[in-house]
Design a protein around this ligand. Structure first.
Ligand SMILES: [Zn+2]
Length: 259
C-alpha cells in the first residue's frame, strides 16, 4: 500500500477515473473460467516457504479426501485487509483460517522478489466459509476441498484511504493462476471470495483490477514479460507500466502505515 491516496478531492476523482477505466469494480462479479484447450504446459513459480508453512499445513489445513490433481477445479482470490503478511499469519494462528499463498504488499521486503507458500497444495486450506457454492461452481466437493486460495496483502478501503494493488502483485497473481492451471488438469474457475460469499466478504475489493488481471491470465501475456522473480525489480520498474491500471505507486513503501 502507499500513502498516495490519502484524502483530497483531486485524488478521489483521479481514482474514480482509474476505476472507471479498469473495468468492472464490483468484486461480487469477479469470476471467469479457463478454456481447457489453452492450458499451458508448465509454468515455474518462485515461491519461498514461509516460516509458518509447516505449522499451518499441520494445524490449519485438512486432507482433500481425494487426489489433489483430480480435486482442484477452483482458485479463489482474496485480500487480507491488512498491510503486512504478518497480520494475516497472526490471524490464522488465532483462528481456523489459512490460504495456500500470500502475495506481499509493496511495503514488504519480499515484494518484487518472491511470494510466500503458506500451506501445502495437497491439503485443503480454510479460506472460504460454509457457502452455497454449487450454483456457481457446480456440484462437487466442498469449496475448500476443491480449491486453492491466494491472499493479496492489501488493506482495500479504510475510511478515506484506498490501497491500490501493485503491478507486481497482479503479475504474481496471474502467474500463480497459470502455474496452477498447468499443474491441475481440472482447474477451471477463477473467482473472488466476494462472489462466493457476498453476504460476508467483499475481497479482493473494488480496487482490484479484475479485467486487467483476467486479460493477463487468458492471454498468458504475463509469461512473456521480464521475469520479476529472477531479475530484481526496482521501485521505478514497478511504476513504469503505464497500462490501464495506471497504479498510483508514488512513494517508497514502509512509511504509509506506521502509527
Ligand atoms: Zn477472503
Amino acid at each position: 500500500m502507499t500513502n498516495s491516496a490519502f484524502s483530497g478531492n483531486a485524488t478521489h476523482s483521479s481514482l474514480a477515473t482509474r476505476l472507471a477505466t479498469s473495468g468492472s469494480v464490483n468484486p461480487e462479479t469477479f469470476h471467469f473460467t479457463l478454456p481447457a484447450d489453452q492450458r499451458p504446459d508448465f509454468v515455474p513459480l518462485k515461491e519461498e516457504l514461509h516460516p509458518a508453512f509447516g505449522w499451518l499445513t499441520k494445524n490449519r489445513a485438512r486432507s482433500r479426501g481425494r487426489d489433489v490433481f483430480e480435486s482442484i477445479d477452483t482458485i479463489v482470490i482474496h485480500a487480507t485487509a491488512g498491510y503486512a503478511t504478518k497480520h494475516a499469519v497472526d490471524t490464522w494462528k488465532e483462528r481456523k483460517a489459512s490460504a495456500h499463498w500470500i502475495i506481499p504488499d509493496e511495503n514488504e521486503a519480499e515484494h518484487g522478489h518472491f511470494i510466500w507458500a503458506m500451506v501445502a497444495e495437497s491439503k485443503a486450506a480454510y479460506h472460504v466459509g460454509n457457502v452455497d457454492y454449487a450454483s456457481i461452481l457446480g456440484e462437487g466437493l466442498n469449496v475448500n476441498d476443491r480449491s486453492l486460495g491466494v491472499e493479496l496483502v492489501n488493506t482495500q478501503n479504510v475510511q478515506y484511504f484506498r490501497d491500490p494493488y501493485s503491478q507486481w502483485q497482479i503479475d504474481m497473481l496471474a502467474r500463480i493462476v497459470l502455474y496452477a492451471w498447468a499443474k491441475y488438469p481440472n482447474l477451471k474457475h477463477v473467482i473472488s471470495h466476494a462472489k462466493l460469499d457476498p453476504a460476508r466478504r467483499s475481497d479482493p475489493g473494488e480496487n482490484f483490477p479484475w479485467e486487467a488481471f483476467k486479460h493477463k491470465v487468458l492471454s498468458q501475456s504475463v509469461l512473456n514479460e521480464r521475469h520479476p522473480l529472477v531479475f530484481e525489480t526496482s521501485a521505478s520498474s514497478v511504476t513504469s507500466d503505464t497500462d490501464s491500471l495506471n497504479l498510483a505507486v508514488t512513494t517508497r513503501a514502509g512509511h504509509c502505515c506506521e502509527p
